[in-house]
Design a protein around this ligand. Structure first.
Ligand SMILES: [Zn+2]
Length: 400
């Protein structure tokens, strides 16, 4: 038995065999477990209990280092009293210290009566099956499957908290990551990913939206502070590229906005610290259930959640084995119908060139160019196409 186990730990499992392991029944059992608490409000001990439970599930996975981290929150409109809030961080060490983060939030809120009485937000029930047990359980499922083998990069699985109060948990973690010098290459945040239809009967089981922000150079916040650069749009674009037609019945639909109107998510906290981060959300959110006692497992679509989990897993498998991103990616601007690209980076690794028409949102063409720092794309004009170069599996860098 031990010998068999040792053998399976060293086997490289194919992507096809990995995505086959995504189990809608296990996703369902885990979402139902989280939704069985009366609430998981960040103000209540229930959030500590839910954090303990999901940390316990992560601890069952061999190779993961699991931490229940606490960060402080201050009394405010959605915080009853000053307190320390738990957040679960599970790390699968890789060959390098570059990190890929994936997660969803375990906390919930009930906003249905809050106009009449603010305290109802933490006293009324909020099972939060779709918002966001779906995202938290997706990350747990991805961890179970990916922990079976070794990866180039270090993988960080997070059950965020304090999201509904103002992204407190992700803001605290993104700040910690910045302060501790984490080299985060990508953050995949999933929030509301488990139902393909709303109560009006609108349905789209074939798409998962991926939101991404792109800052113009020199962008500043409302206080006039320079916003840190990140590469979230290219992360979103390559997630679409990695997963295109790879999962039966589901593709990524890119939304070139940071989030839905008037809404926020944990990816934004990472963007603010200069990390590339995107948000996954179903196309037809049921607004009548969100943030009420009716966000229940019975309204979920387990096959859809499994398909979204597969998309995340496929993207993670690429990002997990990515090598270093190229730097100084340049397009030679001298007149020619060929395009000459140059970049800097180690030649102990391979690169891939991407290109698309100037009006196309997604990468239409790609070519592995090998362990080199320049390449020519013949008869493809730089005037008519946008180019980028990436490491295999990595987030590409646009050629300028
Ligand atoms: Zn949410």
């Amino acid at each position: 038995m031990l010998a068999v186990l040792a053998l399976t730990m060293t086997l490289q499992i194919s992507p096809d065999d990995m995505i086959k392991q995504v189990d809608p029944k296990r996703l369902r059992a885990n979402v139902e477990k989280l939704a069985s608490w009366h609430d998981r409000n960040t103000n209540n001990p229930t959030v500590d209990e839910a954090a303990e439970w999901i940390a316990g599930e992560y601890r069952k996975i061999p190779g993961l280092q699991v931490e229940i981290w606490h960060y402080p929150v201050k009394k405010g409109p959605r915080i009853k009293d000053d307190r320390e809030v738990p957040e679960v961080i599970a790390i699968l060490p890789g060959a390098t210290d570059h990190r890929v983060v994936i997660g969803g939030h375990i906390d919930t809120i009930n906003m249905s009566q809050v106009r009449e009485d603010r305290s109802t937000q933490w006293t009324l029930g909020s099972p939060g099956a779709d918002d966001d047990a779906s995202g938290a359980c997706m990350a747990l499922e991805v961890a179970r499957i990916m922990a079976q083998q070794k990866w180039n990069n270090t993988l960080v699985f997070v059950a965020f908290s304090g999201e509904e109060q103002g992204l407190f948990g992700s803001a605290a973690l993104a700040k910690r990551a910045k302060d501790e010098g984490w080299k985060i290459d990508a953050v995949l945040s999933s929030d509301i990913i488990g139902s393909s239809k709303d109560l009006q009967g609108f349905s789209d089981p074939h798409h998962i939206r991926v939101f991404s922000e792109e800052l113009p150079p020199g962008a500043r916040d409302r206080q006039g502070e320079l916003l840190p650069h990140h590469n979230s749009r290219e992360l979103a674009r390559v997630v679409e590229f990695f997963t295109r037609d790879q999962v039966r019945d589901l593709n990524v639909k890119l939304i070139f906005r940071s989030d839905r109107f008037g809404r926020g998510g944990d990816h934004t906290s990472f963007n603010r610290q200069g990390f590339s981060a995107v948000r996954f959300t179903e196309p037809y959110e049921d607004y009548t259930h969100e943030h009420t006692a009716d966000d229940k497992p019975e309204f979920m679509d387990w096959n859809y959640l499994a398909n979204v989990t597969k998309i995340n897993l496929l993207a993670m498998m690429q990002l997990a084995n990515a090598q270093l991103a190229p730097e100084n990616v340049r397009v030679d601007t001298s007149q020619s119908h060929d395009t000459h690209l140059t970049w800097s980076g180690p030649v102990t690794q391979e690169y891939i060139a991407y290109w698309r028409e100037t009006t196309a949102p997604t990468w239409q063409f790609s070519k592995r160019v090998g362990p080199v720092t320049s390449t020519v794309i013949p008869k493809v004009s730089k005037d008519d196409y946008v180019f980028a170069v990436g490491s295999i599996g990595g987030v590409p860098v646009e050629a300028r």
